[in-house]
Design a protein around this ligand. Structure first.
Ligand SMILES: NC(=O)c1ccc[n+]([C@@H]2O[C@H](COP(=O)([O-])OP(=O)(O)OC[C@H]3O[C@@H](n4cnc5c(N)ncnc54)[C@H](OP(=O)(O)O)[C@@H]3O)[C@@H](O)[C@H]2O)c1
Length: 257
């Protein structure tokens, strides 16, 4: 444990499990405290119990609800007395062939992954402005860029491509305020991300993936994504990582089709 981030406070959306919890743990391991957001209290309570109440605080809010997000961010800043950064991590996918995607599946992915990143960034900017070394980190996905990621994730990949493009303008606009804006593009790591996916749609996506000839059996630990975020927010004043891609380089058991 280092104390590189001693005293700092970061909001992590989707901080109750998966990447978000790993990011929170990595930030806390370096001395920071974290404000976690998710849509359910039980998940937040469990995450906070694991991290410790002195270092973590949680607020239930949906990233797609602008009013709820603003209120939650202000509550977190009041609770800790400061705010140094935001990690836009909350996200989800609904795999399906484009022709079969229902309206709710399209809108849910756009609202959570892209609109949520926009709303959270808007809410954070006035709370970060004037801070010592403020940061916004947006979590993208390798599927936004690479052709060897799983098939039938078109809308998901498009929302992440939108996040990457949005990050570019956010970075340029916030340079005037000294707020560093970065994007991390992770590859596959096992989380609860695919819990609740429609099994028929998932199977079709995996089969389509094998036909592309790019089906890969690799995965990494969530802690590696957490440590990547800690690295990005630890950059000195005046320096920002623009885009950091981290992909697995380890074979894992093949998914049976
Ligand atoms: N897992 C991967 O291989 C992978 C690879 C590349 C990128 N990513 C990206 O990494 C991020 C985290 O994924 P993960 O694998 O950790 O997923 P996960 O295990 O399903 O966790 C998602 C987190 O986001 C929260 N969340 C979902 N919708 C939300 C909303 N509308 N408002 C607030 N919180 C919300 C969830 O809590 P509630 O459900 O309680 O709200 C949970 O805390 C996502 O942006 C994902 O696209 C994942």
């Amino acid at each position: 444990m280092s104390n590189q981030l001693q005293g700092k406070v970061y909001i992590v959306t989707g901080g109750s499990r998966g990447f978000g919890l790993a990011i929170a743990n990595s930030l806390v391991a370096q001395g920071a405290r974290v404000g976690l957001l998710s849509r359910n209290q039980a998940g937040l309570d469990e995450a906070i119990a694991g991290i410790g109440r002195d270092h973590a605080f949680g607020v239930v809010a949906d990233v797609g609800n602008r009013g709820a997000i603003s209120a939650a961010f202000e509550q977190i800043k009041r609770h800790f007395g400061r705010l140094d950064g935001l990690v836009n991590n909350a996200g989800l996918a609904r795999p399906n062939a484009i022709e079969n995607l229902v309206e709710e599946e399209v809108l849910l992915q756009v609202q959570t992954n892209f609109v949520g990143t926009v709303f959270c960034s808007q809410a954070a900017i006035p709370l970060l402005r004037g801070g010592e070394n403020p940061r916004i980190v947006n979590i993208s996905s390798a599927s936004a860029f690479h052709h060897d990621e799983m098939s039938h994730l078109s809308i998901y990949a498009a929302t992440k491509a939108a996040v990457e493009r949005f990050t570019r303008d956010l970075r340029e606009e916030l340079q005037h305020d000294g707020i560093g804006v970065s994007c991390i593009r992770p590859g596959n790591a096992w989380t609860s991300f695919s819990d609740g996916w429609d099994t028929v749609a998932l199977q079709a996506g995996l089969e389509a993936w094998t036909h592309t000839g790019t089906y890969m059996d690799t995965g990494m630990e969530v802690a590696q994504v957490g440590d990547a975020v800690a690295y990005v927010v630890s950059q000195p004043v005046g320096v920002a990582v623009d885009l950091l891609e981290i992909r697995p380089n380890t074979l894992i058991p093949k998914i049976s089709l």
